[in-house]
Ligand binder design. Structure first.
Ligand code: GLN
Length: 202
């Protein structure tokens, strides 16, 4: 993919979860991401990825390390953000079974249900049609992922399962996937996010 002008500075929240896999996928695209653990690391960042893991743990650490406010400020300023799985839960304005007081970023106009795939389908893989990525299906890996139960006005549905369950959304510069594109060996979602980042940094 062509990266215009200078390299975008992508920060991957690295408090818990599979942030390494995101950094590797970015590196495969020639983009050196920054593992974010401190608020000051966000100052120069053009785009933020919040990885999968355990949303309650990431949320608690985000508060402990004083990252919640800075992240919210960046999102409100329009810095593109992409949440995968637990990251998507943190971005959702509503989570139906969140633990009381679970710290969230609550920015996207969606409602998610955590661990929504019953035990048999807790983890599964499937080929998804994702028109914004082109014709070839995207191999999606779900690991105890959430379902997006409601997508409000302004939210574009990017992909659904066969039963119409929403699993990928975009709202302006915010992107959310209920699955893990960083482990499927297909960089198209990362390229799509980098295009969003470039479109606001032009
Ligand atoms: N079930 C986890 C949560 O509720 C998300 C799982 C994941 O990110 N793979 O946070």
């Amino acid at each position: 993919m062509e990266i215009c002008n200078s390299q975008p500075h992508i920060g991957v929240l690295a408090l818990q979860g599979d942030f390494e896999a995101h950094l590797k996928t970015l590196a495969s695209l020639g983009v050196e991401g920054t593992a974010i653990r401190l608020p000051e690391q966000l100052i120069q960042i053009d785009g933020i990825i919040i990885p999968g893991g355990e949303s309650t743990t990431i949320g608690k650490l985000m508060v402990k390390y004083h990252l919640q406010e800075v992240l919210l400020q960046k999102i409100q300023e329009g810095v593109p953000v992409w949440g995968t799985c637990a990251g998507l839960i943190l971005l959702a304005r509503e989570t139906d079974n969140a633990l009381a007081g679970q710290p969230l970023l609550a920015s996207m106009n969606i409602r998610v249900r955590r661990n929504a795939f019953g035990s048999q389908r807790e983890s599964f893989e499937t080929d998804l049609s994702v028109p914004v990525l082109g014709e070839a299906p995207f191999h999606a890996v779900f690991i105890r992922g959430p379902q997006i139960e409601y997508a409000g006005p302004g939210v574009e549905v990017l992909a659904t399962l066969d039963d119409d369950t929403i699993v990928a959304v975009r709202e302006g510069t915010m992107l959310g996937t209920a699955f893990h594109p960083e482990v499927s060996g297909d960089p198209r979602f990362h390229q799509y996010f980098l295009r969003i980042v470039q479109s606001v940094n032009r």
